[in-house]
Design a protein around this ligand. Sequence first.
Ligand SMILES: [Mg+2]
Length: 271
Amino acid sequence: MVFSDLDGSLLDHDTYDWTPAMPALDQLRERDIPLVLVSSKTLAELEQYRRQLRLQHPVVAENGAVMQVPDNYFADSADTGSPSTPRNELQAAYAEAKVANGFDCEAFYELGVHGIVRETGLAEQQATLANDRAASEPILWRDSDARAQQFEQLMRVQGLRCVRGGRFLHLLGDTGKEDAVRQLVSAYARGWPGECLTSVSLGDGPNDLGMLSGTDIAVIIPGKHGRPMQLAPGNRVIRPASAGPAGWNEAMLTLLKEHSEGRLATHGNGG
Ligand SMILES: [Mg+2]
């Protein structure tokens, strides 16, 4: 099973184009290999990509704070976790810290749809879907890295988490992409007992590190954030030369070739 980040990974960082990954996407579909989208995007946005990409698999939205599994997808219902901290509580914690410390930043709710259009290059309709959030708040951080760490610490003591995506700092409850992926890996393992399952994840950002270290094979797509992407030794790491969907395609075709030749290392029951 394959878990993939969208922005900067399956989607081009600037144009949001995924067509360079079509050869690998077609092969995954032909072989019935699940592709789970795992993104900081909202469920409303992921629904669109799920349709465009003709996927009928679970999706993980808002950096792990929201998960949706199609009806009757797993024989037993996957534990979709307790609902994460609602957005209005996140906004209250953010606003209090911002006022008290004078942080130079703007959250999605402060930017509004027009501000989101300006900062992301999304069309207005897309920006509206991006702002349709249940349990996370993206923050455009203009202040220093040290001040970001101070903000993160203030949130952590309240049981909230900050993760860095390609463009924004995302504030969410005490959950992450890795928690959702772990639940899904074990649901697949329960659904296909005795099968040798191999889990693959693809991502480009620091908010993907937990997910990347939680699967058998990690594909680290070159990112634009300039931060080191190091994993603890243990899983196999592939670093394609190209960024975005071209790199996604390159790495996935390599793995699919190994898979068809029976050379793909497997670790038993979804391990
Ligand atoms: Mg990304």
